[in-house]
Ligand binder design. Structure first.
Ligand SMILES: Cc1cc2nc3c(=O)[nH]c(=O)nc-3n(C[C@H](O)[C@H](O)[C@H](O)COP(=O)(O)OP(=O)(O)OC[C@H]3O[C@@H](n4cnc5c(N)ncnc54)[C@H](O)[C@@H]3O)c2cc1C
Length: 111
């Protein structure tokens, strides 16, 4: 299989958790350097930097897995989302799938 990419059309998003006291200009250069050294990504065009304080929910009791039955809040209400487990895309998807399975199980039980 051949994978064809058109580099000028690729969009890359980078998240920096700790700017280590660097200015925005220095931070952008540091990220470009790491992209080059660690990922072999060169000739990048910087587009935009957003500073988002407190971007992630402050969660206690971090979890990585849950049962479908745990997503059920009431008879007809099921909860999904990263706050159910941990602040990540993976957690959001897992909790969403478990909630869907919880709904299916409740429908099957009712039938
Ligand atoms: C800057 C940043 C960088 C990140 N980087 C990474 C990363 O590299 N890797 C990773 O795994 N995760 C990363 N995350 C975390 C990841 O983006 C989230 O954990 C994930 O998107 C959560 O998905 P979700 O569907 O649970 O919630 P969200 O994506 O937050 O969706 C919740 C939705 O509900 C809507 N909503 C809220 N309240 C109401 C209401 N009352 N009525 C109707 N709608 C409502 C919101 O508008 C939103 O659209 C990052 C997050 C941020 C902010």
């Amino acid at each position: 299989m051949e994978i064809v990419t058109v580099p000028q059309n690729e969009l890359l998003s980078v998240t920096v958790i700790d700017a280590q006291g660097l200015s925005n200009v220095s931070l952008i250069e540091a990220v470009k350097k790491e992209l080059n050294e660690l990922c072999g990504i060169r000739n990048t065009n910087f587009i935009k930097l957003y500073n988002i304080p407190r971007a992630l929910p402050k969660l206690k009791n971090l979890k990585y897995e849950m049962m479908p039955s745990e997503t059920r809040l009431t008879d007809r209400l099921f909860l999904a989302g990263d706050t159910q487990l941990n602040a990540s895309l993976n957690a959001a998807m897992i909790s969403g799938e478990r909630a869907a399975l919880g709904v299916i199980a409740s429908i099957n039980t009712a039938i």
